[in-house]
Write a protein that binds this ligand. Sequence first.
Ligand SMILES: Cc1cc2nc3c(=O)[nH]c(=O)nc-3n(C[C@H](O)[C@H](O)[C@H](O)COP(=O)(O)OP(=O)(O)OC[C@H]3O[C@@H](n4cnc5c(N)ncnc54)[C@H](O)[C@@H]3O)c2cc1C
Length: 301
Amino acid sequence: MPDPEFKSCIIIGAGPAGMTAALYLNRFHREVTVLDAGNSRARWIPQTHNCPGFPDGLSGCELLERLRTQAEQYGTKVTQATASRLEHVDGGYRVTDTQGGQYYGRTVLLATGVEDVLPPEPWAEEAINCGAMRLCVICDGYEVSDDDLAVFGSLRTAFEHAKFMRTYSATVTLVQSDNEQVDTQLQQSAKDLGIALMKKPHDLRFDGQRCGFIDTLGKRRDFDTIYPVLGSRSQATLAIALGASVDEENKLVVTEKQMTSIDGLYAIGDVVSALSQISVAVGHAAVAATAIHNVLPRNPR
Ligand SMILES: Cc1cc2nc3c(=O)[nH]c(=O)nc-3n(C[C@H](O)[C@H](O)[C@H](O)COP(=O)(O)OP(=O)(O)OC[C@H]3O[C@@H](n4cnc5c(N)ncnc54)[C@H](O)[C@@H]3O)c2cc1C
């Protein structure tokens, strides 16, 4: 069998993090392979207003398209594939996809993000599209300032989020997704902070415009916006299988150059133990791509 052709880097994931890294590496005259399963969280952003440089906002899908167009101008090609195995081989790494395709790289950059846990309702994505349900208060809390807001999750987690949400509105209700008993201390704190408490409701509804809950007495309470805080699943399994260090949420721990605890394996964006934001993801990408360029043998013209 002929020797495999090693690219400078295999980038797994083509969200904002992966596409920015591809752009940088191609502009360093490096050849990369980009594999993507096509499920960027950014596709769910109806309109982002905190993405620097877009004063009128833009949708997540448009952002992804723009990032791809920009990287393609410098030679990036995205292969639609799901990476299922990552191994060390002589000279670098081999990545295998679910169809058996194999890719070789001197380095690997994981930009695989996280997967949000949504309420298991068939209308969940529709409610996100119209802003009745939102997932990230840092992203879009400003847009719902002074609205009637609910945060839905387990008592302790949701309470922390409810406190944060008071920055945006005086009307914040914590709706429990669990049955934990509210102790007197939490009850008092909620009262002091102006956070209303609702016991685990019977049902969660969406009428095409707003979400609401049916409480334990059968009464319906609608909100302008609800924020479920049911957690997320980190997409770090490929790195974990190689023994990479992770935090308590299974997010990858990296150095200041974005390298994981495994030599030559870098990670950027939401899959990393850091704030999950587009501007953070693209910042990580610039740092990692430059570090990768600098550790590889020089490529003079
Ligand atoms: C509703 C919503 C609104 C948001 N609003 C904002 C906002 O206004 N501002 C902001 O800054 N952030 C916002 N965010 C967060 C933002 O979307 C993320 O921070 C950003 O998308 C992270 O980029 P990423 O490239 O790390 O991950 P992602 O964009 O999630 O991309 C990861 C990619 O990796 C692929 N992948 C995963 N595993 C594999 C595999 N094994 N093989 C191949 N490919 C794989 C996925 O399919 C995906 O395409 C929002 C998120 C949501 C859900």
